[in-house]
Write a new protein. Sequence first.
Length: 204
Amino acid sequence: MGLMRRFAAGLTMVVTVSASASASAQPLSTRSRDEWIALATSGFALPDGAPRGESYRRPPDLDDWLAGLRACLADLPADGYDVVAHSLGAVLWLHHAAGPGDSPRPARVALVAPPSPGTTIPEIAGFFPPPLDVDAVRRAADGTVLVAGDDDPYLPEGIAAAYGLPLKIATTVVPGGAHLNVAAGYGEWKSVLDWCNRDNLAFY
């Protein structure tokens, strides 16, 4: 999971874990300082100055991680925060959206580089296939957008076919973006910062 920080326009909750192995599911604070996710939360502090979230150094477990996510959301203002979810974190959000609707609802959600619904990596097999429930996703936030590289090795069928069409959600495709992480050259990603500091849904 990640951190939640205050942005100029409100709060952003960052949910990020790796699709490749549980060893990469680490707290944001242990990740590369140049990673776009870290940049998206650097320099902005909560009123109490403390990060919130689960560390998830333990092996991925869907029920465990859902409980951690919902604990992070519990005291946020309804329609007063945004969510940026990367990789397996995006899949976790879809499970959350399809569950009980008792968490405060975000204004916007960006699902970045979700792995293919057909993912068979043993360590994260319990997360797949994710629920692709149009109505649930619409209930879970005021608006949701999908973002992925056109050559993501974890999403060979492409973001539109895998998630955009089934969920009827607008997609942004990043040419050559791969998994939109440091390894793909996205140590800095201005588009994420720009999205966090705008109040409209479009990602560009």
